[in-house]
Design a protein around this ligand. Structure first.
Ligand code: ADP
Ligand code: DAR
Length: 347
């Protein structure tokens, strides 16, 4: 159960105010004036500012610290969310470009590490939200089950390399879940930031994972976002991984699913850090010496790349292997975000 589930906006604010050392974007941008003028507003999905800020107030060590309670929160609480979005994605104005996946038949690159000495595996993912549904703080059990049903129906239309099977978490043995999570395929319910944001309400109902037959295309259902489309494989062939994902996105877009979008923000997601292209391209790469350099964080910041541990965000590196990915997802196109990751990894 999320500790802060029943705290009022004022009680959450008091926690944030007391967290003098917090470096989150919520702490940086939510002034008392903004708090007072937004704390009583309610979105079209009945979301509140408390719903949005809860996780960052309960976890002062958050990086971002705020989520959108629902798609309309990006309008109702724009005064609070816009400064966070601009800061995270390093943009001065919010006018996200139209989707552009580039020419996948002429990408100009393939395997970033043909020798296989550095890159263990490569993954590219996007997030999507079903239009007309809220996000975790306002979702009901019935919403999740309904979204799961719509998603599975769309996944059943996939053909060829993308065809596969859906595995609901309900009824999945603990051993199978552990094996899939250890192998970096499946998500779990261990992220305290997502927990405080309502991400595990009614767990595990409505959650599951789709695998293509070769397990190189996956879809997460109702984890942090309603949908995560994931292409991944061992080695460093970014070209192959990306091309597979683009094929899947186009197939699912014509499967009848309707995704939540907003002109100036692109595709809408639960966390503002994932808006726009929603694209995160990553490699698990062996860089123990580089990562041990005192200026490693500055090195990454300069290249707009982010280093994570290898079992997901907020986890540690193991054996000198780091998850290196693009940081920015909004204010640039999909192919630009991918190129930013590629340039960073090649550096
Ligand atoms: P995201 O927001 O993209 O889902 P996380 O950091 O939460 O990112 O990672 C989700 C899962 O994907 C984790 O289990 C992580 O180990 C796995 N993962 C991420 N990038 C790679 C990669 N390049 N190769 C293999 N697994 C990866
Ligand atoms: N844990 C939150 C979210 C940061 C971005 N990652 C997401 N959305 N998975 C934080 O503020 O650290």
């Amino acid at each position: 159960m999320a500790q802060g589930a029943n705290l009022t906006a004022d009680e959450l604010w008091a926690k944030l105010e007391a967290a003098k050392d917090s470096k989150s974007l919520l702490k940086k941008h939510l002034t008392k004036t903004l708090f007072d003028s937004n704390k009583d507003k309610v979105s079209k999905f009945k979301g509140t500012l408390a719903d949005c800020m809860r996780s960052g107030c309960m976890n002062p060590d958050s990086g971002v610290g705020i989520y959108a309670s629902d798609p309309d929160a990006y309008t109702t609480f724009a005064e609070v969310l816009d400064p966070v979005i601009k800061d995270y994605h390093k943009v001065d104005s919010l006018n996200h470009p139209k989707p552009d996946f580039g020419d996948v038949d002429n990408l100009g690159f393939g395997d970033l590490d043909p020798s296989g000495e550095l890159i263990v595996s490569t993954r590219v993912r996007v997030g999507r939200s079903h239009a007309s549904y809220g996000f975790p703080p306002v979702l009901t059990k019935e919403d999740r089950v309904e979204m799961e049903r719509k998603t599975v129906a769309a996944l059943e239309t996939l053909k060829g390399e993308l065809a596969g099977e859906y595995n609901p978490l309900t009824g999945m043995t603990a051993d199978k879940q552990k094996q899939l999570t250890d192998d970096h395929f499946l998500f779990n319910d261990s992220d305290r930031f997502l927990r405080e944001a309502g991400g595990y309400n009614d767990w595990p109902t409505g959650r599951g994972i789709f695998f293509s037959s070769n397990k190189k295309f996956l879809v997460w259902v109702n984890e942090e976002d309603h949908l995560r489309f994931i292409s991944m494989q061992m080695g460093g062939n970014l070209g192959e991984v990306y091309t597979r994902l683009v094929k899947a996105i186009k197939a699912l877009e014509s499967s009848g699913l309707e995704f939540a979008k907003k002109d100036n923000l692109g595709y809408l997601t639960f966390c503002p850090s994932n808006l726009g292209t929603t694209l995160r391209a990553s490699v698990h790469i062996k860089i123990p010496k580089l990562a041990a350099q005192p200026d490693f964080k500055e090195f990454c910041d300069k290249l707009n790349i982010q280093a994570r541990g290898i079992h997901g965000e907020h986890t540690e590196s193991v054996g000198g292997v780091y998850d290196i990915s693009n940081k920015r997802r909004l204010g640039l196109t999909e192919i630009q975000a991918l190129q930013e990751m590629r340039t960073g990894v090649e550096e």
